[in-house]
Design a binder for this molecule. Structure first.
Ligand SMILES: *Cc1c(COP(=O)(O)O)cnc(C)c1O
Length: 373
């Protein structure tokens, strides 16, 4: 059985280092807001090229606290692509703000040419989601933000180490939001997240919010959250960060092979934005193909022992949670079309050559119509 993602393989690549670090933290007697976190924050800020990083408990908290720190809430609108993970949208709505959806382009990220027509007097920010590891079109988006005086928040939960024109995702806007959920490219062994920013005040505010709104114990300045990245996760993330470049290159190699060797007229391959020579780097958090006969393809692969996932079958605007926004089926045809055709095929660190070959051969042999049908 080939799983869509295999976290155990990733663990086994550096098992000894992880185990050593875990024991070190356990024996230290200090488990929350300590040295490991401080050092991880410095290292992650350094890796991204940001002035500050603040560790948090999850990617959703990063989004929530980012909009909170920017003062975006009730009565404000935030522009976001329709085809994102629902957490992107929850980061907006937890604060009482309203998401305004824009269709994606063929690279699966926001179609920047459709943003300006959605801007109203209430628009306060754009949330750019670098979905599947593909950078959004940041030159256009940053220009729109400065022209209309909008804040820019980046959802980098799937784009650790991705670059646009040579610059790291998470450094283009006011705040970059990261998740280190285990399945992410830089995944912890539990929940974790962080923000990056060059704005010292924003960093201080989010640091305060993550600890019940206090900078000094028992002096609470604001109603905050309990959203701390614990020492064990921070330590394990530091170990993994030391190998992130190698891990990303491995994903790039697998994706490159899929792009070269998957050949099937019924299947559309992903098209990464830009060029490597131009400083654009897609980190392949997911390898997402499209097929009009997606459900049949998924079933066929399952029969061959190959697991796949759909990211995501129900777009946020059609979810029960956002029924109150009043969107109907057909409102976002491109987004909805993707929801009905996308399929994420196995890609993970530690995936063997043989497993890759099996996936390629199975997909190449897929025919939607069985004989005699
Ligand atoms: C995973 C993810 C999140 C949420 O991160 P959590 O750590 O699971 O809260 C937000 N946005 C996107 C695009 C994600 O993939």
């Amino acid at each position: 059985m080939i799983m869509p993602n295999n976290l155990k393989r990733g663990f086994e690549l550096y098992q000894e280092e992880y185990e050593q670090k875990a024991v070190e933290v356990l024996r230290s007697g200090w488990y929350v807001l300590g040295n490991e976190l401080e050092r991880f924050e410095q290292e992650w800020a350094g890796y991204c090229g940001s002035q500050y990083c603040v560790g948090l408990a999850s990617g959703l908290d990063a989004l929530w606290l980012a909009f909170k720190a920017l003062g975006i809430g009730e009565g404000d609108e935030v522009i976001v692509q329709g085809n994102t993970y629902i957490a992107s949208v929850m980061g907006i709505t937890i604060n009482g703000a309203t998401p305004v959806f824009v269709e994606p382009d063929k690279h699966y990220s926001i179609d920047a040419s459709q943003i300006e027509e959605k801007i109203t007097k209430r628009t306060k920010a754009i949330l750019s989601v670098h979905l599947y590891g593909t950078p959004c079109e940041m030159d256009v988006i940053t220009r729109i933000c400065s022209r209309h005086n909008l804040k820019l928040v980046e959802d980098c939960a799937q784009s650790h180490g991705a670059t646009y024109h040579g610059r790291m995702m998470g450094t283009f806007g006011d705040i970059g939001c990261f998740s280190f959920y285990p399945s992410k490219s830089l995944g912890a062994f539990g929940d974790a997240g962080a923000i990056t920013t060059d704005n010292g005040q924003v960093a201080r505010d989010i640091r305060m919010y993550r600890n019940y709104g206090s900078e000094r114990r028992y002096h609470n300045k604001a109603v905050g959250a309990n959203s701390r990245l614990d020492e064990l996760q921070a330590g394990l993330l530091r170990v993994k960060l030391g190998h992130l470049e190698k891990l990303t290159r491995e994903r790039e190699r697998i994706a490159g092979r899929y792009l070269r060797e998957i050949r099937n007229p019924f299947i559309t391959l992903p098209e990464p934005r830009g060029t490597i020579e131009g400083g654009d780097r897609n980190v392949w958090h997911q390898f997402v193909i499209r097929c009009r006969h997606r459900d049949r393809l998924m079933e066929y692969l399952k029969e061959k022992g190959i697991g796949t996932l759909i990211h995501y079958p129900i777009p946020p605007h059609l979810s029960e949670a956002y029924g109150y926004l009043g969107y109907k089926e057909g409102c976002l045809p491109v987004t909805e079309g993707y929801a009905g055709t996308v399929l994420s095929i196995p890609i993970y660190n530690g995936m063997t050559d043989g497993e890759q070959r099996e996936v390629i051969e199975a997909i190449n042999n897929f025919r939607p119509m069985a004989c005699g049908e």
